[in-house]
Design a protein around this ligand. Structure first.
Ligand code: TXA
Ligand code: MG
Length: 327
């Protein structure tokens, strides 16, 4: 199907991808249409062998083979200058191309069987949380694409870390499972796009085109409440008491706090001591509030540890930058 210009959704270790032939401009056009995504938002090209990189990118720095040696296949996307064989439709008109080798046997077999280059954004409708199960893909894409390969739930649950290798210093454009500290260990020095570091200021525009869009948001209004645990629980409980009569209220809580909320829908996202579980559950939890029709949602902040930046990056976008600090 992919060789013939069709679209196939497939599992990766991060989230499900919506795949088409990366070297066929018509396929990329279909991907944008199926997602309802602005066509200036470039796609990631997925490969199955390091050698494939040479055919689509130029000026590949030494840092790339070091990073690939350590993290590929895996949840790391690298940005290079593109070769002419990569159509503008795939890169949203940019002269650079994002490339990643996913760590999932179904994805790798699909890429090899399809000619070696699959362009794939996350397989959600534009603006919705990324899909972490075949069922999520079906919710968004049923009738819009040719096939879904259902490989069950994804292992990591957040999209890949994106690092731009086209400048003098590598720059992280999107935080993910591969943290700045892990990249530092291999490269010695890596910067982070200031728009990510200054996450709460919506006026600073990120360098990855897709990072500026509203994303991941449930239909209900989501507010993040950050601060010391007891103060957070007290604040959210107070909101529940005040608004319960007129709203269906949802709470994203940790295993440690979930029994303390008397809301209509309380989601236990996992223990604060286990960030990987929180990351894996995040999008499913955000989607579940639409099904359960919560219109007012409060979330605790989950910003400890090495995955904290990646989790909060998505949660803050889902909340439209609406965070309350309590003490
Ligand atoms: O884990 C992932 O990366 C998943 C799976 C399916 O591989 N894919 C994914 O793709 O998250 P998508 O399209 O949802 O997000 C790609 C991000 C967007 O923010 C896009 O703007 C950015 O990567 N991007 C792609 N090419 C770029 C480029 N040449 N320069 C800067 N940013 C780029
Ligand atoms: Mg996406």
């Amino acid at each position: 199907m992919i060789r013939e210009g069709g679209l196939v959704a497939f599992p990766t270790e991060t989230v499900y991808g919506l795949g088409g032939d990366a070297l066929n401009p018509l396929s990329s056009g279909k991907i944008y249409a199926a997602k309802g995504r602005p066509s200036d938002n470039p796609l990631i090209v997925h490969i199955a062998d390091f050698e494939a990189l040479e055919a689509i990118a130029t000026d590949i720095p030494k840092a790339a083979s070091k990073l690939a040696g350590r993290f590929w296949p895996g949840p790391l996307t690298m940005i290079f200058r593109k070769r002419d064989c990569v159509p503008d439709e795939t890169t949203g008109g940019l002269s650079t191309v994002a490339v990643r080798m996913p760590d999932n046997p179904i994805a790798l077999a699909l890429i090899r069987a399809s000619g070696g280059y699959i362009a794939a954004p996350s397989a959600n409708l534009s603006g919705r949380p990324s899909p972490t199960s075949g069922e999520h893909v079906r919710e968004d894409m049923d009738g819009r694409i040719d096939m879904i390969l259902d490989g069950g739930s994804t292992r990591i649950g957040l999209e890949s870390t994106i690092v731009d290798l086209t400048g003098d210093t590598p720059v992280i454009l999107r935080p993910g499972f591969i943290s700045a500290g892990m990249l530092d260990e291999v490269l010695g020095h890596v910067e982070t796009d200031p728009a990510i570091a200054g996450e709460t200021d919506p006026s600073v525009h990120p360098k990855a085109p897709g990072m500026k869009y509203k994303h991941y948001a449930p239909k209900g209004t989501l507010t993040i409440v950050s601060g010391e645990r007891e103060a957070v629980v007290a604040y959210i409980q107070k909101q529940i008491r005040e608004h319960d009569a007129n709203h269906r209220i949802g709470v994203i809580a940790s295993a440690e706090t979930c029994e303390r909320y008397q809301a209509d829908v309380v989601c236990n996202i996992g223990s604060v001591a286990d960030e990987e579980t929180i990351a894996r559950h995040l999008y499913d939890v955000l989607r579940s509030f639409d099904v359960k029709q919560a219109d007012l949602i409060y979330s605790e902040a989950f910003n400890g540890g090495s995955l904290g930046q990646a989790i909060m990056n998505r949660l803050i976008k889902a909340a439209g930058h609406h965070i309350i600090e309590v003490s």
